[in-house]
Write a protein that binds this ligand. Structure first.
Ligand code: SF4
Length: 248
């Protein structure tokens, strides 16, 4: 039977999407914490990551809408507002600017927290904001991934281990009670024993308190998936070592 519609599929170009969806993600921990998505998509191309191909380019929710959403949530009784997104530090026109606006334009904001932060994108302006506002939670979670500069380069990350150490030290200087979390990938292609040791050392040198550790897993369509791979058993072993370090 002939199809009643032309057999032609039009697949949208995900990278043509310029709009940031404007919807509120509310918390699931009772009426305590609410999540506000300020940004979607990503313009970076970390060699292990498939996210930009699924989520498109970076788009930011206009600051006026961000502030309006948070005002509404604070009025509804939420005690903690967490800014989320795929790559919130790439918020345009400026991540620090939108954070300042939130902190200065919303009265009685109890606590502001952040989703995963990119160390490469955070500068002294962010540290100044932390120093100036006591309603920023003393916990920061960074997307670190490795403590070895050569592995970071192969990953296509834009920071190095020195940047992570310096950032934690600067924040701790203005907020001594600050605690730090980090994401790590273990067993990335080409991660030597020395490189893995550098990751373990970074945990102590930067004073990272809470680690989210994952053994590297290939994502089809990414450059790193085509490189020579380490046996999964060794990736898992390294991840277990790092988790143990985190608990200690
Ligand atoms: S890891 Fe993060 S910054 Fe890198 S491409 Fe994926 S979403 Fe973007």
């Amino acid at each position: 039977m002939a199809a009643a519609f032309p057999l032609k599929q039009v697949v949208g170009d995900i990278f043509a999407d310029d709009d940031c969806d404007d919807y509120m993600i509310t918390g699931f921990e009772g009426r305590h914490k609410a999540f506000v998505q300020i940004q979607q998509g990503c313009n970076h191309r970390c060699t292990y990551c498939i996210v930009p191909y699924a989520r498109g380019k970076s788009r930011s929710l206009p600051a006026d809408k961000v502030v309006a959403q948070i005002k509404q949530l604070v009025a509804a009784g939420y005690k903690e507002i967490c800014l989320t997104g795929v790559d919130i530090c790439s918020y345009k026109p400026s991540f620090c600017e939108v954070v300042r606006r939130i902190l200065t334009q919303i009265d009685h904001l109890p606590l502001l927290t952040f989703g995963s932060l990119d160390p490469a994108a955070l500068n002294d302006e962010f540290v100044e904001i932390v120093a100036e506002h006591r309603n920023i939670a003393p916990y920061f979670h960074f997307s670190v991934q490795s403590g070895d500069n050569e592995v970071l380069r192969k990953m296509g990350r834009r920071h190095n281990r020195e940047k992570v150490i310096e950032l934690c030290a600067k924040i701790r200087r203005v907020m001594p009670e600050a605690r730090f979390g980090a994401d790590f990938i273990c067993g990335f292609p080409g991660e030597t024993k020395e490189a893995f040791n550098n990751t373990c050392r970074l945990v102590q040198e930067a004073g990272l308190n809470k680690l989210h550790v994952f053994p590297y897993s290939e994502r089809e369509g990414t450059p790193a998936a085509t490189w020579p791979q380490m046996p999964m058993e060794e990736r898992r072993r390294r991840a277990a070592v790092l988790r143990q370090l985190s608990e200690e």
